[in-house]
Design a protein. Structure first.
Length: 643
């Protein structure tokens, strides 16, 4: 290992200085944890913290206020908080604060304290008056919440603890004598800091080779191609009214694109005499032909609560069960999938027995006892479910859930549309019907599984090949089943489909370029669709090698950060993750030679081990987001004072 000796020591200033690069939700939470922990670690709680971000603090780039008012969050107001609570197991102090729903209620009632520099937008106040726990807030309202959180947190800083913002980008970080860090900014200024926290979040990436080929083809033939990107950054003006457009992806990015191409162009929805939603076009919409690997949209969010108490999870996929598999690299498909499926199936059937015992063909006590005793790896579990759960709609079938179009072939595209319309309608009805509360139990089970799997990944317990192959597969299944659009959005999709504005291509959709445009086809139905416009409605894959962030590109070019690459000891095969490598012990960033930089920390969706980076934290769930941010803040404070 190459050593990195520090230059001769320079006098340390009286107060330590910490720089946070990125002032979005992660950077804001790190600031909150620094302020909370400062009185316990810093002499006199004196320090200066500098947040660097060209976008407004709190929301950052992704949650900036300047985006369409038609775009919604995908999390209910009651399930979003930026503050710790008594369930968070961290060393630092718990400092409660309002979640999004409470904050909105206080704002609407005039009870909200207004820290210096914060005033809610009038439209946000109008929306806040309508917010309830199940409300799906606009992203603009969430932006105001995050801006308030930042201002509120900064105002809580003790005397002598300075908080400074820099509305510009960080372009480089250099080592200084004595181990200090110089952060160079795009406006020509610099910050000399004792520690630097990298919290950029969802950074932009350059197109991958396939996207570059599609973009070049579109440019050469006068076509329209929209590559993968965050919704707030995409442009759809090149999509012409009335023309067909092929859209790859049926997840959340698709829903956003659908909204912008329909309601965003003046279309309206109204209730018909039968209570159903129908779409009134403006005439400026394209005809959207949408397909994906599954061929169906993500499942709707569930719009009810569990009839009883939330179960204590996990029951099967937990640290003890994983430890029993031995101290070796674990394969998700071979080693962990049986435990994961048992966790989800068990959650389904326990909820069925607890809340709907009349739908069982045996006494619920006997059913649960046999469920505990049966060998889940043998034929006994199938026999038990066949005997005890007569209605197929009450059974947990992961293959059917994951691939509902598998094995289905339709005579023509119209028959496929009819099937999809019925499928979406049934999904909407089921996700609003508490009789199927087993679905909500599966949701909670998935959250539990996600947490355990994240810890295994952070600890390096997952085999390299499985991490590369199976983690994206699991995350896709998780998002499809548990992180779909709000019910009203899926209802709008159904209305658009019935109006002929959206047509579905089917499963395993293949898109190819040809001289006069793009072609899309699926084995679900015969025929193909041709269009001059193609939209890749998917989030870009994280990739340090393709980062568009000048700071990260410079650091990687000098070997001061590196991609996390795991080598399979059995085959010698290197598996790339695309993520910035960090020491799982404290999230200090690794150099290309494997050494750890003592004064640079990283967390978030682009950093290996960035726990809780997939969405906002739910209250009272001991969220890993807060636990990790607290640990990083404490380590950074100690590093800043030479501890």
């Amino acid at each position: 290992m190459t050593l990195h000796p520090q230059p001769p020591s320079a006098p340390r200033p009286l107060d330590p200085v910490i720089a946070i690069i990125g002032a979005g939700p992660r950077g804001t939470s790190l600031l909150e944890r620094l302020i909370a922990n400062a009185p316990h670690i810093l002499p006199g709680a004196r320090a200066d913290v500098h947040l660097v971000d060209p976008y407004p603090p709190g929301g950052g780039r992704i949650w900036r206020h300047r985006q369409s008012p038609l775009l919604w969050m995908n999390t209910t107001a009651a399930d979003c908080t930026m503050f710790t609570d008594s369930t968070v197991a961290c060393e630092g102090p718990i400092v409660p604060g309002p979640g999004l729903d409470t904050w909105a209620n206080d704002a609407a009632a005039g009870r909200l304290d207004l820290p210096p520099g914060f005033r809610p937008h009038p439209a946000s106040l109008a929306e806040a008056a309508r917010v309830h726990p199940g409300w799906f807030a606009t992203r603009r309202l969430q932006s105001d919440y995050l801006a308030w959180v930042y201002r509120h947190v900064a105002a809580q800083a003790p005397p002598g603890f300075g908080v400074h913002t820099h509305a510009t980008a960080a372009t480089d970080v250099r080592d200084l004598p004595g181990g200090r860090q110089r952060v160079l900014l795009a406006d020509g200024s610099a910050i000399d800091a004792d520690t630097v926290l990298f919290a950029q979040g969802n950074i932009a990436v350059r197109p991958d080779p396939a996207e570059e080929r599609l973009a070049a083809h579109a440019a050469a033939h006068g076509l329209a191609y929209v590559p993968t990107a965050s919704t707030a950054d995409i442009g759809l003006d090149a999509i012409r009214p009335g023309e067909p457009v092929i859209v790859r992806g049926l997840g959340l990015a698709f829903i956003d694109a659908m909204v912008l191409l329909t309601s965003g162009r003046g279309g309206r929805f109204e209730r018909g005499p039968d209570g159903g939603l129908r779409y009134l076009p403006s005439g400026r919409e394209p005809v959207i032909h949408a397909g994906s690997r599954r061929g169906v949209p993500y499942h709707s969010k569930i719009h009810y609560s569990l009839p009883g108490e939330r179960p204590a999870l996990p029951r099967h996929f937990h640290a003890g069960a994983v430890a029993a598999l031995g101290d070796r690299p674990l394969d998700i498909a071979d080693d962990l999938r049986p435990l994961i499926l048992r966790e989800l199936a068990d959650a389904t059937y326990r909820e069925l027995a607890a809340s709907h015992p009349e739908r069982l063909a045996m006494a619920p006590e006997r059913f649960l006892a046999e469920l505990d005793a049966v060998d889940w790896a043998g034929p006994g579990i199938k026999a038990l479910i066949a005997e005890a759960v007569p209605d197929d709609a009450d059974r947990f079938d992961p293959d059917r859930l994951d691939r509902p179009l598998a094995g289905l072939r339709f005579a023509d595209a119209d028959a496929l549309q009819a099937w999809l319309h019925a499928y979406i309608d049934a999904d909407l009805r089921r996700r609003r019907d508490q009789r199927y509360s087993g679905d909500l139990a599966v949701f909670h089970g998935l959250l539990s599984v996600f947490g355990v799997l994240a810890e295994l990944l952070a600890a390096g317990r997952i085999a390299p090949g499985s991490e590369e192959r199976d983690v994206p597969e699991f995350l896709g299944f998780f998002s499809y089943l548990a992180s779909g659009p709000p019910g009203p959005r899926l209802e709008e999709l159904l209305a658009l489909a019935r109006a002929g504005v959206v047509r579905f291509l089917g499963a395993d959709t293949e898109v190819v370029a040809h001289d006069d445009g793009f072609r899309a086809a699926s084995p679900s139905a015969p025929g193909e669709v041709r269009a001059r416009a193609l939209v890749d409605a998917r989030l870009p894959r994280r990739s340090l090698a393709r980062t568009a962030d000048p700071l990260l590109a410079r650091l990687a070019g000098r070997g001061e950060i590196t991609e996390r690459v795991r080598t399979d000891p059995a085959t010698g095969t290197a598996h790339r993750t695309g993520l910035i490598d960090a020491d799982p012990a404290d999230q200090r960033l690794r150099r290309a030679d494997g050494s750890v930089h003592p004064a640079r920390f990283g967390a978030g969706i682009m950093v290996a081990g960035g726990v809780g980076s997939g969405g906002f934290s739910r209250p009272r769930t001991n969220a890993g987001f807060f636990r990790q941010n607290d640990a990083i803040a404490r380590a950074a404070l100690r590093q800043a004072v030479g501890g």
